[in-house]
Design a protein around this ligand. Structure first.
Ligand SMILES: NC(=O)c1ccc[n+]([C@@H]2O[C@H](COP(=O)([O-])OP(=O)(O)OC[C@H]3O[C@@H](n4cnc5c(N)ncnc54)[C@H](O)[C@@H]3O)[C@@H](O)[C@H]2O)c1
Length: 319
């Protein structure tokens, strides 16, 4: 049975990836410091002997023994409030954490998948964004702790590939949504759903004309697994190219939740990108991947998940 290490595997995306890998025949070792992740995200694997959990900060090393066939490095705060609250930890996990994850893959001759981000493109001057667009990123603004950490992570990943021939893949993830996103972590889809279900006004930052593209989590994870198993080296956008204004999203959430709450407006945060949309030509050509779940359907599914209540916290075995 192949064995994969998933850093950040107790987070939103990492827990879905861990489940997909176990379902695909892997044994999975999750390494997570639970800074933004939760044990309850792994409830579906709690009694599964194919999944073990190591509680550790990967900025300090990756204490995994035994064979390793793949390393998927997802550990990092991901939402703006989470990384703005942990600026130095975010830089550390993007730099030192990525170096430790690469060293583990190198020591075992394992495949390496880096979870990078559309934030690599900053406030893009090219639209939609293809992988060869170099980006428009502030190196000193508040968001730079995340953006530049990920840019460094990409650079060291390519350096390992060029220096040691390591089999590396870089996925540039665009906004993804679905069950297990942390409540109250400031991401726009869950913000709106939580406000709508509480009967509160939906807060739009700016005038709501800024655009985003939202990918349902199962589509995203299918892309991550396909990329991991591909021969591709280097960056690949995985996201849904259907572009919506934030105002349109707010209206869609109101409809999906069946509530008639007002939409209110608040100042736009600094360096908030005005447009975001992946060019997924490469993912289509190389992986045959494209997203399948339209935003309306995904939002309806997520509202239903919220209404059904969250799974009870689970206790997983530590190693
Ligand atoms: N969700 C998205 O829309 C999105 C978009 C672009 C990129 N990404 C990237 O995907 C990855 C996962 O994002 P997510 O949305 O699941 O976020 P998340 O916060 O739910 O998950 C991140 C996980 O990493 C863990 N972690 C953080 N720092 C760590 C450290 N030093 N050591 C060990 N574990 C640590 C957290 O506890 C958490 O479980 C991140 O690297 C993020 O940058 C996500």
């Amino acid at each position: 049975m192949p064995r994969a290490v998933v850093t950040g595997g107790a987070g939103f995306l990492g827990s879905h990836l861990a489940e997909a890998l176990v379902g695909g025949g892997y044994e999975v070792v999750v390494v997570d410091d639970f800074s933004t992740g939760r044990r309850e995200n792994l409830a579906g694997l709690a009694d599964d002997p194919r999944c073990t959990v190591v509680e550790h900060d990967v900025s300090w090393g990756l204490p995994v023994s035994g064979p390793v066939d793949a390393v998927c490095h997802l550990a990092s705060p991901a939402s703006p409030p989470a990384y703005l609250a942990r600026p130095l930890e975010t830089l550390a996990v993007g730099s030192e954490g990525t170096r430790h994850a690469l060293a583990l893959a190198h020591a075992h001759g394992a495949r390496f998948l880096l979870a990078s981000t559309s934030e690599i493109y900053g406030d893009p001057l090219v639209h939609p964004q293809p992988e060869d667009y170099l980006g428009n990123v502030s190196s000193i603004g508040p968001r730079s702790v995340y953006d530049e950490a990920k840019r460094f992570a990409e650079a060291i990943t390519m350096a390992y590939h060029r220096t040691f021939g390591l089999d590396t893949k870089i996925v540039r993830i665009f906004n993804t949504y679905g069950p297990r996103m942390a409540p109250g972590d400031g991401r726009v889809v869950t913000n709106f759903i939580e406000q709508a279900l509480a009967g509160s006004p939906l807060t739009v930052y700016g005038d709501g004309t800024q655009t985003r593209s939202f990918c349902w989590v199962d589509d995203e994870v299918r892309g991550l697994v396909a990329l991991l198993h591909s021969d591709w080296t280097g960056p690949m956008n995985i996201g849904n190219p259907a572009e919506f204004t934030v105002r349109e999203l707010a209206e869609l959430v109101r409809e999906a939740a069946g509530v008639d709450v007002p939409i209110t407006f608040a100042p736009l945060p600094q360096d908030d990108p005005t447009r975001r949309r992946p060019d997924i030509t490469r993912a289509g050509a190389v992986l045959g991947w494209r997203p399948e779940v339209p935003l309306r359907e995904g939002v309806e599914r997520l509202v239903a998940w919220y209404r059904a209540g969250r799974p009870a916290p689970a206790r997983l075995p530590d190693r």
